[in-house]
Design a protein around this ligand. Sequence first.
Ligand code: PGU
Length: 395
Amino acid sequence: MVSRNPHFAKLPAGYLFPEIARRRRALLEKQPAAKIISLGIGNTTEPLTPAITKGLVEAAARLGAAAGYSGYGDEQGLAALREQIAKVLYRDRISADEITISDGAKCDIGRLQILFGGKATVAVQDPAYPVYVDGSIIAGADSRLQYMPCLPKNNFFPDLSRLPRADLIYFCSPNNPTGAVADKAQLAELVEFARKNKSIIIFDAAYSEYITDGDLPRSIYEIDGADEAAIEVNSFSKSIGFTGVRLGWCVVPRKIKFADGTLVWQDWTRVITTLFNGASNIAQHGGLAALTPAGRRETKTLIAYYQENARLIREGLQALGIQLYGGVNSPYIWAHFPAQKSWDVFEKILNEAQVVTTPGAGFGPAGESFIRFSAFGHRADIQEAMQRLQNVLKN
Ligand code: PGU
């Protein structure tokens, strides 16, 4: 018999979102006619926009002719896309060769965990996107995980003065699930802390395009010195609806070194070239189309649609007197149900309103008594969900 990788025994039984899907199916078995609305998993619902669709279609068509066919590409991604990301999204704060194109931020987080291995000590925001914790456990980090509580009383920014040194610090802004966005002073404090401790920040900016407030940083590289201390992962999933198409990127600056002087970039290149064969060429051309002026205009309109959904959710919950956070420069609304268990509130909303949400406890201990509402949905569904909640959640 083959022995089981012992790290898997340390994980919670299942990943959060399949568990939520299981409970949704259980409701449908009891009430097959239920018209369930999902404000649960952050999954995009609106169609791809015209310029981006055209980029994808034309790339697919080129593959259908001898002259335009191509097979494997560079593992790091199309040079043109790396250059455009550096120019359009980072205003050349980092260089194209520090960017690798991937099949999404989640996949890059997993590969980064391979890069650092199980010996690395890890700090995570609590609550956090579960992949940081579960992925670290799979990589062998288990008990060395440090939780950094992020609660209303600290404005969802951890008290770094109490944090013991960790090799890796996961930080997500705009945050999933709290919707909090770190300002420049807070990120400067984080970068300073990491530099002082010789830690590496893994900065997840998957929702950066939801920041419309010009004073808030969209990238950690807006902070001086971050290129010596931070890796950034990002994605086209939530900005242009590529959740199913799959396209993301990772920035590993050349200034970041391991203790023995090796460039992290060098080993990252080794991971990418050895364990990844590049993102889909069609998807990459969709990404290129998204970075043209027309693509950028369409992206803004698409994001504005989900932001209006977020506004409607905030308005609806506020009318019920529920204390809430986020949902302004972020697609997530973090609603507080004091003294209640988040899985109980989740079940009540699911069974009585047929609305799927995400229980805060699924994101870590500090998520208890909170519910995450996702603004990804068709407008009519959002309106209908808020109507149903008026009846179910009113005191
Ligand atoms: N990073 C963060 C912070 C996320 O919230 C998500 C998706 C990703 C990365 C994934 O990006 P990709 O580029 O699409 O790989 N979070 C969603 C979906 C759940 C999941 O398991 O990814 C959510 O509802 O939290």
